[in-house]
Design a protein around this ligand. Structure first.
Ligand code: AVJ
Length: 311
């Protein structure tokens, strides 16, 4: 396995810097420790969270067509592969020369690579442990092979539009002229449905959000008391994004890595943005990053799109 950006090294400095900011914030990539990755899988099963289901159905229905678009002798590079469940549909239809999953969670990456190796003995897997939002190097790709980036799950929604543009531009450079990108985008829809997807009645998303404090307590010697924070999620219509926060219920002091941070009652720590696009908005963004939109596959009832872009 290629180990690129030892993600743990940055956790401490990012959290300390984020807690010192006004308003406080911690980047959402830190949700995905072992327990966080499992909680995210549980979110994907919730009736209120349609993204994964709808995207999987799209992949099921159209994987042959997608594979035909992507072409032959493809090096498939997957950003944030997680459990790679959706990728299986694509892998089976595409039979790429190499599958290169990149993930921030090393446990998830190892488990997934092992499972895929058993399931697909014909598949060459080159796993990369890295934070895909940071600069990282692609292990050498055979000459003549076509590079296609796969970025499912609407994870690009975690970037604000300017970061998303920069990210797409770097992906366009990575795959090179003639390379491609297959990307899943969660689309704008009614406010109520959007909010419920991030504030489910079972409280799984709340646990996922609060797990960030569990992780800080464990890895950075924090003393957050979970009962003193609550999960808050809402759709910010003006900015076209769902926001998640951890709100302090009381006035309190918290220690992390030997430093103290004060929270006033009601103070919110921002933990995630999840931007929603229209297909047109997103394709325009992709164009400004150097991609040409080539194909769209749209879901009906719960708006979601898989787009094929060419560099
Ligand atoms: C993995 C970033 C696509 O924004 O919908 C799910 C993460 N956060 N519920 C999303 C998430 C809360 C998810 N992404």
């Amino acid at each position: 396995m290629h180990v690129q950006a030892p993600v743990v090294d940055r956790f401490r400095e990012d959290v300390l810097a984020g807690l010192a900011r006004v308003p406080k914030r911690v980047p959402p990539k830190y949700f995905y420790d072992e327990r966080g990755s499992r909680l995210f899988e549980a979110i994907c099963e919730l009736p209120e969270y349609p993204i994964t289901r709808v995207e999987t159905a799209l992949m099921q229905r159209h994987s042959e067509e997608m594979a035909a678009c992507l072409g032959k002798d493809v090096w498939l590079i997957e950003y944030g592969s997680g459990n790679s469940r959706k990728s299986r549909l694509l892998l089976e239809a595409l039979r790429p020369a190499v599958y290169m999953p990149i993930d921030i969670s090393v446990e998830m990456l190892e488990r997934t690579a092992r499972e895929l190796a058993l399931r697909y003995p014909w598949l060459r897997i080159e796993a990369v442990w890295a934070d895909y939002a940071e600069a990282w190097e692609l292990p050498p790709v055979a000459a003549g092979a076509r590079r296609v980036a796969y970025f499912p799950g609407s994870s690009i929604g975690n970037f604000d539009p300017e970061e998303a543009r920069r990210f797409l531009a770097s992906a366009a450079r990575l795959v090179g002229a003639g390379g491609g990108m297959l990307i899943g985008i969660d689309l704008k829809r009614g406010v109520d449905r959007l909010t419920r997807a991030y504030d489910d009645p079972q409280g799984v998303t709340a646990q996922f959000n609060l797990n960030l404090l569990v992780r800080i307590n464990r890895e950075l010697q924090g003393d957050f008391v979970l009962e003193r924070f609550r999960h808050v999620a809402f759709y910010n219509e003006a900015r076209g994004r769902v926001e998640m926060h951890l709100q302090s219920i009381t006035h309190q002091q918290v220690a992390v890595a030997g430093r103290r941070f004060g929270f006033f009652a009601g103070e919110a720590m921002h933990t995630e943005n999840s931007y929603k696009y229209s297909v047109e908005e997103f394709e325009e963004l992709a164009r400004t990053a150097g991609f040409s939109p080539r194909r769209r596959w749209l879901a009906g009832e719960d708006p979601f799109a898989v787009l094929y872009l060419e560099a």
